[in-house]
Each structure stands twice: as structure tokens, then as C-alpha cells.
Write a protein that binds this ligand. Structure first.
Ligand code: SAH
Length: 357
């Protein structure tokens, strides 16, 4: 039993069952007991591993993507280099090391890290201190400048709501209490204008209001101030995705969503089409959606892997395994997707139509 479980149970006793989004928000970002508030969850000793923690190649190629997108837009100076949810700062450190070769990029960059976790802010300081980063709680706290933004595995950590049709009526899935235990239940029928009202009984539909709103903000800024953004995550590329994708992960294995609030990571599939549409509505241009494997291939990950293996022959096997993990369709290559956004019609690197998905 955890302290956070008791806090959640008390809230339910006082106010009734809570939405999945409220539950996720408390589990991940409760100021004292939230999962991200209290720990560094990444890497082998943590609960899960992400692409930048698998290999330096990932961040390096993203760095070159950002620098190319910046050059193609006339190298604006100064500009806001923003990462949403930077974890340990590994991606940005690799990105800036690679992009330093592009003249003027690092000097023109004002580095902004959008991060809620005090623990991870410390790690980010260790990794990126020399670039004098600034921290923000949300994108709206970042000053308006030409924007070059990256987010890897950030949107999957944002709270989702879940809806389910029961006897022809749309209800919201909620977390309640039964015999002192947290349990999943359904609210009385609700009206949600944005959702289809003809879903079959038992089918779950998820929405991510926070993700939608952040994608809108990115779109608004790109349109107004110029720039480009790259969003990478695992998720769907279908119009109205169906099904329950909420998952808990602890010690690199799936866990029960309700069992240990605050001690397991909670994520859900990202609905890429909704993010794209939200940014497009604000006037941004949408590129993609491409698979992670296809984008990394285009950016030259195989050449980079060969160079690294040549420089450190003793690490050849490890580099090969990392390459496969990031690009192979049965690993992260297809499940992980990439969406590029820009404030103009200049094609971002690797997002040509001819390349397909
Ligand atoms: N991008 C990193 C870390 C991914 S984990 C990587 O690829 O390794 C998710 C990151 O998003 C963490 O840094 C977490 O603290 C941050 N995060 C989650 N929810 C957030 C929120 N609502 N606001 C700001 N940061 C958040």
C-alpha cells in the first residue's frame, strides 16, 4: 500500500469516482508522491528505457534534423530550442554535441526544457549545464521566438480520458472504490460532442485533452514565430483509434494500473492524427506521419552505426543491437512514429511525400 493510494482513496470517498485522467495526473505528477516527481525512472536500473538511452545515435540524428530545419529557415538568431519532457537530458546533450558542427546553431539557441519533475531537472542540469538551460513548467512559459522543438516519449505520459458505450449510452471510465480497493467502473451516461455516439457496446475510446492542447500551442507558435517541431512517440496513426491502451510498467515489466499508484509508470498510445489536426487548425503545416525506423534510416543511422563501430570495434555488437532496436519493425521501428510540424511550407528533413510512411 502506498501513501498515494490512501490519498486517492480519500479523494474518492469525499468526491466520488475520478476520471482516468485525474487518476493518471495524481499517479504521475502528484507534488509529493507522483511517479515522475519522486524518481528518475529511466535506464537499466529504472523502470523503462527510451530511444536516447539506448544509443547516442538517436539524439545525434535528431540534433542534425533540428540544425538542418533551422538552416533551411534562414538560421534565425536567437531562437528557442525547446524539449518537452527531456528525461535525463541525454537526447538534448547528444543533439547539441552533433549540431555544434553546424555553424552558429548552438550560439543562436536559447535552450528551454519543459519539465515538471524536480528529480529529472537535476539530471538535466548535470547533462546540459554548459548550455545554460532554462526550465519551464509548460510551453506557454517559453518566450516567443522562432521555435525548434523536440518531444520524445512525452505525449504518451499525458493523462488520457477513456469512454465506453454501455447499453447504447456513452459513459466515462472512472476509478472508484469497492471494498476498500481501487476499481475501474463506469460513470452515468455523458455527452461528449467530439466523440462518435455510435460506438459498439464495450468499445473503449480514448482522448488526451492535454496532448491536444499542447499540439495546438505548438501549432500557434510555429505559425506566428516560425520554426519546426518533431514529435516522436509510440502510438496510432488511424482516424478514431479504439481500444484500451493505458498501461503500467514497473521494473521493465507490465504491472497492474491500479495496484501501486505512484510506483509504476503509466502511459497510453499517442493518437497522432489528433495531434496533427490540432496543430493544423492553428495554421501549422503537418508532415508525416512516418515510422521511427523510416525516419532514422533516412537520417543516416546505418552510416552513423558503421562509423561508431569502426571507431570502437569492441562495441560493434552493442551498436548493431541498438540499431536494430531503434529501427526494426518488430522492435521500435514501426510502433514508434514521428510527426513533423512547421510554420511554413519548407519540407523538414526526411519528410518527403515520396518516402511513404
Ligand atoms: N524524453 C525523455 C524522457 C521520457 S519520460 C526520453 O526520451 O528519455 C517522460 C518525460 O516527460 C519525463 O521527463 C517526465 O518527467 C516528463 N513529463 C511527464 N509529464 C509531464 C508534464 N505534464 N509536464 C512536463 N513534463 C512532463
Amino acid at each position: 500500500m502506498t501513501a498515494l493510494r490512501d490519498i486517492i482513496a480519500q479523494q474518492i470517498e469525499a468526491n466520488g469516482p475520478m476520471s482516468v485522467a485525474e487518476y493518471m495526473t495524481l499517479c504521475l505528477t502528484h507534488p509529493e508522491h507522483g511517479y515522475y516527481t519522486t524518481r528518475d525512472p529511466l535506464g537499466r536500473g529504472g523502470d523503462f528505457t527510451t530511444a536516447p538511452e539506448i544509443s547516442q545515435m538517436f539524439g545525434e540524428l535528431i540534433g542534425l534534423w533540428l540544425a538542418q530545419a533551422w538552416t533551411d529557415r534562414g538560421a534565425p538568431s536567437p531562437f528557442a530550442l525547446v524539449e518537452l519532457g527531456p528525461g535525463r537530458g541525454t537526447l538534448m546533450a547528444d543533439a547539441l554535441r552533433a549540431a555544434e558542427r553546424v555553424q552558429g546553431f548552438a550560439e543562436a539557441a536559447e535552450l528551454w526544457l519543459v519539465e515538471m519533475s524536480p528529480e529529472l531537472r537535476k539530471k538535466q542540469w548535470e547533462a546540459l549545464g554548459k548550455y545554460e538551460p532554462r526550465w519551464a513548467d509548460s510551453l506557454s512559459d517559453v518566450p516567443e521566438k522562432p521555435l525548434f522543438l523536440v518531444a520524445n516519449e512525452f505525449f504518451d505520459a499525458l493523462p488520457i480520458r477513456q469512454f465506453e458505450t454501455r447499453d447504447g449510452a456513452l459513459c466515462e471510465r472512472v476509478v472508484g472504490l469497492a471494498s476498500g480497493k481501487l476499481t475501474m467502473g463506469l460513470s452515468p451516461p455523458v455527452t461528449e460532442e467530439s466523440l462518435p455516439n455510435d460506438a459498439e457496446d464495450g468499445v473503449i475510446i480514448e482522448t488526451c485533452p492535454a496532448g491536444r492542447s499542447i499540439a495546438s500551442d505548438i501549432g500557434t507558435r510555429l505559425k506566428k514565430n516560425g520554426g519546426a517541431a518533431l514529435i516522436i512517440d509510440y502510438g496510432h496513426n488511424t482516424p478514431t483509434p479504439r481500444g484500451d491502451t493505458l498501461q503500467a510498467v514497473k521494473d521493465h515489466a507490465y504491472a497492474d494500473i491500479l495496484e501501486e499508484p505512484g510506483l509504476a509508470d503509466l502511459t497510453a498510445h499517442v493518437d497522432f492524427q489528433t495531434l496533427a489536426e490540432a496543430a493544423e487548425t492553428e495554421g501549422a503545416t503537418v508532415w508525416g506521419i512516418r515510422s521511427q525506423g523510416a525516419l532514422l534510416d533516412w537520417l543516416g543511422i546505418r552510416v552513423r552505426a558503421a562509423m561508431l563501430a569502426k571507431a570502437s570495434p569492441e562495441r560493434e555488437e552493442e551498436i548493431r543491437a541498438a540499431l536494430d532496436r531503434l529501427t526494426e519493425p518488430d522492435q521500435m521501428g514501426t510502433l514508434f512514429k514521428t510527426l513533423a510540424l512547421s510554420g511554413d511550407d519548407i519540407e523538414p528533413p526526411g519528410f518527403s511525400e515520396e518516402l511513404g510512411a
